[in-house]
Design a protein around this ligand. Structure first.
Ligand code: GAR
Length: 194
């Protein structure tokens, strides 16, 4: 199974996937890693791991549609079976998702449909929930929406701050993401379109 991973930031979840592949614990090929802006640590990590990388800077396109079409062309050039949004903080179009047969995987640091968006951890803390968690799902063109594949809860400790909670959630998130990729690679879990 070939995947292309899209990142916008530090790429620590991506690093966990790279490590699992390197260790022989996950039999997939990371064909490429792409970002929507320059200077992300996610791209640096991938370069260090010898993975092909690309950047399609959202701000250097005059319209979202042009950026989205260029991203779809670039991702398609690697022939991925699955595209993974791993901390990729942009929504893509329905056309983008259709082009990859709906096989667009996303992870989110909250129990969707609660607390979607860029600040899932902060929003859960501000609301005052006692339990949050993470979700791996097939993404549609909404903000963190689409069929849920896996979720796990994480209890919030009294007085916990956003950074510490996000780190604890990410530990679980990485395990779920790797499990889902493993199940997809083995055929145990079916992709949305055969
Ligand atoms: C992850 O927690 C991921 O779920 C979240 O960004 C973080 C990226 O961390 N994504 C979203 O919030 C999407 N709405 P990383 O760059 O260290 O892997």
């Amino acid at each position: 199974m070939r995947i292309v991973v899209l990142v916008s930031g530090t790429g620590s979840n991506l690093q966990a996937v790279i490590d699992a592949v390197t260790a022989g614990d996950l039999e997939i090929e990371i064909a490429a890693v792409g970002a929507d802006r320059e200077g992300t640590y996610g791209i640096e990590r991938s370069d260090e791991a010898g993975i092909e990388t690309f950047v399609l800077n959202f701000n250097s396109f005059s319209t979202r549609e042009e950026w989205d079409a260029a991203l779809a062309d670039k991702v398609a050039s690697y022939g991925p079976d699955v595209v993974v949004s791993s901390g990729f903080m942009r929504i893509v179009s329905p056309e983008f998702i259709e082009r990859f047969g709906g096989r667009y995987l996303n992870t989110h640091p909250a129990l969707l449909p609660a607390f979607p968006g860029a600040h899932g951890v902060r929003d859960a803390l501000e609301y005052g929930v006692k339990v949050t968690g993470c979700t791996v799902h097939w993404a549609d063109a909404g903000v963190d929406t689409g069929p849920i594949i896996a979720q796990e809860s994480v209890a919030i400790a009294d007085g916990e701050d956003e950074e510490s909670l996000h780190e604890r959630i990410k530990v679980v998130e990485r395990r779920l993401l790797i499990d889902v990729l493993r199940q997809l690679a083995s055929g145990e879990l079916k992709t949305p379109v055969a």
